[in-house]
Design a protein around this ligand. Structure first.
Ligand SMILES: NC(=O)C1=CN([C@@H]2O[C@H](COP(=O)(O)OP(=O)(O)OC[C@H]3O[C@@H](n4cnc5c(N)ncnc54)[C@H](O)[C@@H]3O)[C@@H](O)[C@H]2O)C=CC1
Ligand SMILES: CC(C)CCC[C@@H](C)[C@H]1CC[C@H]2C3=C(CC[C@]12C)[C@@]1(C)CCC(=O)C[C@@H]1CC3
Length: 345
């Protein structure tokens, strides 16, 4: 029997495909008939239809073998924001992204979709219904954000219609869902250590939390709309759930869903932010003798106590984007996916 040959245009690569978002993206791409090449420094699963290439994205030769016969690349690799390691962020997010672009050009890749972040415009002060034309943060709140800005500029700047190399950036915000190693585990860890009794500020600040499948949907729409005659070339797009929620209501729903009490007592924002700065200073001073990671970093306190929600009108208009999973359903699926993090488990 003759084997069915997939068209070349249905072969894509996901750099960072072993991660939380990357794996969800890979699964949806497979559903949609793509064959996928995953490039990552670690291999976290096996799936039929996926070829794994283990390597560091700063290594162009390693990347080139993963990009063979690939016309579309998704770049969603990054060190974890909590690592706060300046040199690592600069190496991977800036120099590594330059290497990714060069490898795409050398391999004849036609489309590059970057996972950026809505945080590229966040400076620790309120952003309400922020659109894509907000300026990049002049004083980025941490090294992660600083290097995500440089990364986005590099990818969007590399868009070159005459060369047939098209790029676009997706800016998600507060991604959550099954298998997320960051949001729910950090929250539950803080709750188990009795640190989730307090609401920072008055608790009315609205923010975006975006269910992972909506973020995946935005990426695939962007890839499929990326053509030389499309207005999306070289542009960033916010992808959110389009349902801003109070930060502390979201935290409470997840905590209560997992059997923990909701935070109740209010603490002034400036006091907690000041304490977080002091704690950060202490970690630097004590680094030669001991190392510890504070739960309440200035970045987390800023995210917990300010408004940060973004408009996804441009994505609706140019990509035909509409969230596919509501916030309520996303929270329910997420809570159900963490039985091992339930209180008493
Ligand atoms: N989680 C969130 O709330 C948000 C995430 N993002 C962005 O989404 C993307 C994916 O994030 P997550 O899935 O949450 O993170 P993750 O940590 O689960 O996945 C990142 C993947 O990148 C890989 N990686 C890191 N350094 C690498 C290197 N040098 N070479 C090859 N692979 C490398 C890791 O092994 C990991 O599998 C990142 O670019 C992140 O900046 C943007 C907005 C919000
Ligand atoms: C201890 C509590 C005050 C907070 C626990 C939850 C936090 C770990 C998360 C709440 C908002 C999240 C968030 C991100 C990481 C996890 C949180 C801080 C990002 C920084 C991830 C990377 C981005 O690009 C932006 C995200 C904004 C929201």
């Amino acid at each position: 029997m003759a084997t069915r040959v997939r068209p070349v245009s249905k072969r894509c690569a996901v750099i960072g495909g072993s991660g939380f978002l990357g794996r969800h993206l890979v699964e949806k791409l497979l559903d949609r008939g793509y064959s996928v090449s995953v490039f990552d420094i670690r291999q976290s699963y096996e799936l039929p239809g996926v070829t794994f290439h283990q390597g560091d994205l700063c290594d162009k030769q390693a990347l080139l073998s993963a990009l063979k016969d690939v016309s579309l690349v998704f770049h969603c690799a990054s060190p974890a924001p909590s690592s706060d390691d300046r040199l690592l962020f600069e190496r991977v997010n800036i120099r590594g992204t330059q290497t990714v672009i060069q490898a795409c050009l050398d391999a004849g890749v036609q489309k590059l979709v970057l996972t950026s972040s809505a945080s590229v415009v966040f400076e620790g002060t309120d952003v309400k219904n922020g659109k894509e034309d907000l300026p990049y943060a002049k004083k980025p709140i941490d090294y992660y954000t600083q290097t995500k800005i440089e990364q986005e500029k590099l990818v969007l700047g590399a868009c070159n219609k005459p060369k047939g190399f098209l790029t676009v950036a997706i800016r998600p915000h507060g991604i959550f869902g099954p298998r997320d190693p960051q949001l729910v585990p950090t929250l539950v860890d803080a709750a188990r250590r009795g640190k989730m009794k307090f609401i920072i500020g008055d608790g009315t600040n609205l923010v975006d939390f975006t269910y992972v499948e909506n973020v995946v949907h935005g990426h695939i729409l962007a890839a499929e709309h990326l053509r030389a005659d499309s207005p999306i070339c070289g542009k960033p797009y916010h992808i959110t759930n389009d349902e801003p929620i109070r930060f502390w209501d979201f935290m409470s729903e997840v905590l209560v869903g997992l059997g923990y009490p909701a935070p109740r007592f209010h603490l002034p924002y400036t006091l907690v932010y000041g304490l977080a700065l002091l704690l950060l200073l202490l970690t630097w001073i004590l680094r030669p003798v001991m190392s510890f990671k504070p739960t309440f970093t200035p970045m987390r306190v800023a995210l917990a106590g300010t408004y940060h929600y973004y408009s996804c009108e441009h994505a609706k208009e140019h990509l035909g984007y509409k969230p596919v999973v509501s916030l309520k359903e996303g929270i329910a699926r997420t809570v159900a996916s963490y039985p091992h993090l339930r209180r008493g488990a």
